[in-house]
Write a protein that binds this ligand. Sequence first.
Ligand code: PEP
Ligand code: MN
Length: 285
Amino acid sequence: MKDATLTRKSNPDHHSVIALTDTVSVGGDTLLIVGGPCAVESEAQMAQVARHLAQTPVQALRGGVFKPRTSPYAFQGLGAEGLRILDDLRHRFQMPVISEVMAVDQISAMAAQVDVLQVGSRNMQNFDLLKALGRTTQPVLLKRGLAATLEEFVMAAEYILSHGNPNVILCERGIRSFDPYTRNVLDLGAVVALKQLTHLPVMVDPSHAAGKRELVPALARAAIAAGADGLMVECHPVPDQSVSDARQALSLEAMVDLVHSLGPIAAALGRHLAPNRAAPALTTV
Ligand code: PEP
Ligand code: MN
């Protein structure tokens, strides 16, 4: 990867810490745990998720409003109405929100209403989108392409950095292989390699890797043991009723159990979860 000059690690202790907000960051000793549904479905659904997770070590919420669906007839996301819901929630619950941007013309509205712009696997090599995100200062969560090599993945990040935005978080989410039992294959070797090659934070999404909820907690723990800086996990108040990715969604209770099971593994690596947030922060909700 001889051209990967901006993402390259200059020495083993070179780790970029990327701030999502004044109080939440990723890449330091505190693991960033992100939870939420595949898609924003309604204000009530998202508020239920936020209320359940706000007093736990989960520090950020996820939810797609522009959904890249295989079928054009499937739910495509709430769009602008979904952004309004996310913007409202992040203020009410004081939790940063992450949502996928699919097109250059969505960037300015999204940058005003969400904290982190996610580039999905299907857009990892949408170079116009990467360049446009590079001209902002918004944190970008860049997901690995469905069958992207590590070189392609790192060079996609390099596009964003080379256009001026240093705030890139990498996310391993499983790669395509031959066995349909799991939706994808979680590549933990990639997590180890990316931490050696680049100074960027590396997160793991075990949900899209596994595709089955019963596999998610163990894969999440393995990711932290492999050195991931955080996790993004899909969860839903009524998982089987999720409009998308129902089979991989955890219940909110299972999400909290999973997060608490990470504590000893984090400690073994000299890291920790964020502390539970105090109830008074919620007096305005
Ligand atoms: C998602 O995070 O909802 C998503 C669509 O993920 P991916 O791009 O990894 O498939
Ligand atoms: Mn999903």
